[in-house]
Ligand binder design. Sequence first.
Ligand code: HEM
Ligand SMILES: *[C@@H]1O[C@H](CO)[C@@H](O)[C@H](O)[C@H]1NC(C)=O
Length: 323
Amino acid sequence: MRIVVLVIIILFEFLIGTSEAQLKIGFYNQVCPNAESVVTDIVRDAAKSDHRVPAFLLRLHFHDCFVEGCDGSILIDNGTTSEKGAFGHQGVQGYEITENAKTKLETVCPGVVSCADIVAMAARDAVAFSQGPIYQVETGRKDGLVSNMDLADRMPDVRDSIEVLIQKFIEKGLNDKDLVILSAAHTIGSTACFFMEDRLYNFASSGGPDPSINPRWMPEPSSACPKNGDVNARLPIDHGSEDTFDIQVLENIRNGFAVLQSDAKLMDDPTTRAIVDSYFGVLAPLTGPSFEEDFVTSIVRMGRIGVKTGSSGNIRRVCKSFN
Ligand code: HEM
Ligand SMILES: *[C@@H]1O[C@H](CO)[C@@H](O)[C@H](O)[C@H]1NC(C)=O
């Protein structure tokens, strides 16, 4: 009897062990020693010629990980049903940068570095080049074998309630602290007025603005996004600090300067509000928490979502096409 139980336990642990992703820092050290520097160089060059690039790449990693796991599925061009075309992925950019890195890597070490890992490495570089925390990225992801628009139906949406946002993160194995901290990725980049219009002029069909917007700040977004103006005009998400990765974004959210409704909602729920507030306690500079350290913890956790290893994925030759 005891032996049977033991065998079952061992078998169970073995199964768990093999179904868990085998990610590690420096996965390519032996098999493609220049993998990381090739990606870093390409991101650096791209960021030099266009300051928006780090924001594109950080967002790309999030959108990749939340659909089918961090598996490069968002990169695929497979006609009109491709995941890439999903409503929830609107405005996602940076595809040519990860593809350029892939092309270079295929000349250096063909068939070795996955597109999913390129996306994760590029996001790490994007944070570093925006003066954010420098962290080591885990690698060893395989590329996914499916791309379907419908799979992106549960992408977090800017108009989701805080309960729904929390739930969508839980579904990916992330908690409410991850939600707060990863939303702070909005410390860089911009949004189309499309995502802010109704908050400015017709919040919840009220005919007026979202009451959570600080009236002192109102003139700025309303001049960037005038009523009935161009919905494709853009507004920095982090007022005053759009190219620098810093805690300013959380301060703006606390002060009613949040651009995105999902960020403003973080102040609606007592739990998420307490997490935001924890970074501004009188003792926070001395005893923590540290925004930078917590961001690293959360983005590493995000990078583990639904990772494919073994035969559940492959290494693409071209990021936008299945082999
Ligand atoms: C909590 C759920 C989230 C929602 C509802 C959300 C929504 C949005 C929206 C609507 C935009 C503007 C897109 C555009 O107009 O181009 C945006 C931009 C951005 N998001 Fe999020 N986001 C979320 C979480 C995240 C996470 C977890 C990350 C990364 C870790 C992230 C990174 C970014 C970045 C960097 C931008 C700026 C992109 C640019 O400048 O082109 N977001 N987000
Ligand atoms: C590619 O698109 C075709 C046509 O829409 C679809 O039938 C097929 O399943 C897609 N391939 C993959 C691997 O997702």
